[in-house]
Design a protein around this ligand. Sequence first.
Ligand code: S3P
Length: 441
Amino acid sequence: MTSIISKKSSALSGEIKVPGDKSISHRSLIFGALGVGTSRITGLLEGEDVLNTKKALQQLGVKIEKVSDEYLVEGLGVGGLQKSEKTLDMGNSGTGIRLMMGLVASHSFETTFTGDDSLRKRPMNRIIVPLSQMGVEITASEGGRAPLTVHGESDPMPITYESPVASAQIKSAVLLAGLNTPGVTSVVEPRPSRDHSENMLRSMGAEIKTTSLEKGAQKISLKGFPDLKAAHFNVPGDPSSAAFITAAALLVPGSDVVIKNVCMNPLRSGFFECVQDMGGDISYANEATQNGELIVDVHVKHSQLKGITVPTNRVPNMIDEFPILSVLASFADGATEMHDIGELRVKESDRIGVMAKGLKSFGVNVEEGKDFLIVKGFDKKSVSDVTINSSHDHRIAMSFLVMGGMLDHSVKVTGAETIMTSFPNFVELMNGLGANLEITT
Ligand code: S3P
């Protein structure tokens, strides 16, 4: 097990790039596998989650190789995957397992999935339910968990699935199954979730229609059996990784940092909007569009923040950023209220519970409820050395390491190897900017 110790940071300054977006990286590999011809991927996140998706696709017969800084994926066309004799181990990745379950559901062979301790605790019924409606049989462990086997259906039925949660993982799993299904497969989501699947599949030639419904809901419909053209995916920087650097720069006095080439898809930008509402000095430059995604350079300077109430309609657009937002909230003037965030309880860890407990160990005034978290300030002077267990959750680990940079005493995060799932060069980048992180064993 790796531990990382975070000590008081110097002012952060410099210009950096964060690794490729995790959501787009998974999808580049998966959609590339379904194209006709060879897809090229540049800027792929080489984190464990994405590498597990790559390996799983290879086990399903897809040839993927790295040639200098590009990944080449030889697409087999929609419906062209082959049975894997081995169990697919998706490691820590909810996105990996859920998207891959949808992918194999409409292939007429069985696929068994497993994952690490964290993934095996996470709910898969949210994927099992819609896929079952399409006629796919799935045998899962108790409570609808992995390990599980998808008995792929050769004659799946198109459905319109009304998802109870705004989840891009659910939406993408159903659309992936719908690709190899006759007719039109639709998903209705209560609020728009990230739309990378729609953008990327459209760019490859799929027919996908998005219709706004009442009360902020929307319906996404996909026509089955498209001929998907091979693509060149140029993966932009991950805004969820950029959020940690942004937070550190906002907190540490004297900081001034530019993060180049960050994906600023409006369905991913909720954290940056909140930080601006809190008084954070953030500006964007060099706006461009790349593969249908808005890309910007983010310029952040140290700022004294004030607490806010996060608008609930913003929650899906920053679903992964609540751990780091609650660290920022601890240093802000006044309370920060985060409501309607029940989904955080079923992420890589129970992020409401783990953040509340962790922050309390620093003496932060926190109120926790089933689906809310309210963070008030704390007395930095009364904190002594603190140890936090990552709970197999990369974002918990990075959040508390950022917090450590602001304190006179050290913060030790155990189980910090989990950071490799999404941000392999986190320590190197942070230290290069002026942070004081030390890897121990
Ligand atoms: C993701 C969707 C989100 C997010 C996850 C990545 C994706 O999950 O938390 O880190 O790539 O589709 P939900 O769709 O379950 O909210």
